[in-house]
Ligand binder design. Structure first.
Ligand SMILES: *Cc1c(COP(=O)(O)O)cnc(C)c1O
Length: 455
């Protein structure tokens, strides 16, 4: 057996995971000691002051449940940690775009990082202010740009010369000036999963560091472009601070080189990407992140933007699912649950390891004779349809399980594959809970379709 140890808030050391010959045991109580929203009370899992079992009974499963306080705590940690510099936290909407999440953050004063017109419309519908929105993404269309300009967004993060020309053209036609920053690709290795690494030369993102000066000079000649900033975003689920510092150094070099050419900026945008603890990772804390960057940022005298997504919401959410069928086979035991890869694709797409914990602790434990290694799988016709593999759990049909860390890139990446309605979403605050997205009905899935009638 090998243990992974982590220090709990009480200062004692508890093994969160134990790897045995058959599978991975996750000590649910030790895990939840690190998750602000979750706790076991009398063996019953709670999110804030609401019992998970009660949520599952009232709203059915599969169901995403989010903690309002957990979201606000992270937002506050970012704004407190960077209090010594003028800053704007622009929450990356793609991590979780539920209107309730956006509304809570808008009320707290957050800005938003969007990658589509749809996300901008969500932000506005949730009460967010366009003048606190930055617009990222490699493929903005004429209509996207027109809509964003008319709404008065604060900045386009531009990723190519052709995008720059298009923005200039749309702005000219609207008789407006378009505020822009260039997304520079600093060519640093974020040391994360290749699908979520975006700051290397061969990624599709950003403008190469070596070309940035020339593109800025070109932008400066465009009559309807107003250069206001510089931007980078090097990847997601970064657990170390060094790549952020390396990227910042490269951006600062450019800021000075631009100043020498007479191009002065108002802000520097460091993107998102801070990692979270899913099981026993130890990502840098927001405090440590700030401590590493602030000495450099305070010297710059520029407003600082951040675009955190995952770190704002991942651990504010769980996906609840019910065990429907237990299917032991000669080689493997499968627990077929009512959530599947269409609800949560991270394990299938990124080989992400997410914790699966019981809603009731009794009979759960590594010594329990009922504990066996299970693959937690959905009912979709794909071998890739798994949520977790080889987990030591004591399971019975009907059990409610919680998949933790599901607040980010969970619901937003869900689909209707296999004609499965997407899950419901619930927001919790203290003892209050509210359905913030109704479960889709099956009829809704084909409501926009029609039979072939043309001949
Ligand atoms: C996805 C994305 C983010 C958010 O990344 P996280 O890893 O979720 O913090 C921020 N900025 C841009 C441009 C993105 O594409």
């Amino acid at each position: 057996m090998s243990n992974s140890e982590a220090t709990t808030d009480m200062g004692s050391t508890t093994a969160i995971t134990t790897q045995t010959e058959t599978g991975l045991y996750i000590d649910a109580k030790a895990l939840t000691a690190h998750l602000p929203a979750l706790s076991y009370r009398d063996e019953a899992l709670h999110i804030e002051d609401v019992s998970i079992k009660a949520v599952a009974e009232q709203y059915q499963t599969p169901c995403y449940v989010y903690s309002k306080q957990a979201i606000l705590e992270v937002y506050k940690a970012y704004s407190d940690s960077f209090a010594s510099v003028e800053h704007q936290i622009c929450y990356a909407v793609k991590a979780n775009s539920n209107l309730a999440v956006l509304g809570i953050l808008a009320q707290a004063g957050a800005g938003f990082d969007i990658v589509s017109r749809g996300e901008l419309m969500r932000v506005l519908a949730a009460g967010g202010q366009a003048n606190r929105v930055v617009y990222s993404g490699v493929g903005k269309t004429y209509e996207d740009i027109e809509f964003a300009l008319n709404q008065g967004i604060s900045c386009f993060n531009v990723e190519s010369i052709s995008e720059l020309s298009l923005i200039n053209k749309v702005a000219a036609q609207l008789d407006k000036s378009a505020p822009i920053s260039l997304r520079v690709n600093p060519d640093v290795d974020a040391k994360t999963h290749p699908y979520i690494s975006t700051g290397l030369k061969d990624n599709k993102f950003g403008i190469a560091h070596e070309q940035a000066l020339a593109v800025y000079e070109q932008a400066a000649t465009m009559p309807n472009i107003e250069i206001i900033g510089i931007d980078c975003h090097i990847g997601s689920q970064l657990t170390e601070v060094a790549p952020f510092v390396a990227a910042l150094d490269k951006i600062i070099e450019l800021v000075h080189a631009l100043a020498d050419k007479g191009i002065t900026l108002q802000h520097i945008d460091l993107g998102g990407g801070l990692g979270v603890r899913y099981i026993d990772e130890s990502p840098v804390s927001i405090d440590e992140f700030a401590a590493a960057l602030l000495p450099k940022l305070t010297q710059l005298d520029l407003k600082v933007f951040f675009e955190p997504g995952r770190s704002m919401v991942a651990n504010a959410g769980v996906l609840l699912t019910r065990v429907d069928v237990l299917k032991p086979t000669e080689h493997k035991n499968f627990a077929i649950v009512d959530a599947a890869m269409n609800d949560l694709i991270r394990p299938a797409l990124y080989q992400a390891e997410m914790a699966v914990i019981p809603s009731t602790l009794s009979s759960h434990g590594i010594e329990t004779k009922d504990s066996q290694a299970w693959d937690i799988v959905g009912a979709i016709c794909e071998t890739g349809d798994f949520l977790a593999k080889d987990r030591l759990l004591a399971l019975r049909a009907g059990d409610i399980l919680a998949i933790t860390g599901a607040g980010a890139y969970g619901f937003t990446m869900s689909s209707n594959y296999n004609s499965r309605p997407r899950a419901s979403e619930v927001m919790v605050s203290g003892e209050s809970h509210q359905l913030v997205r109704k479960r889709e009905t099956i009829a809704e899935l084909y409501a926009n379709e029609s039979l072939w009638q043309a001949e």
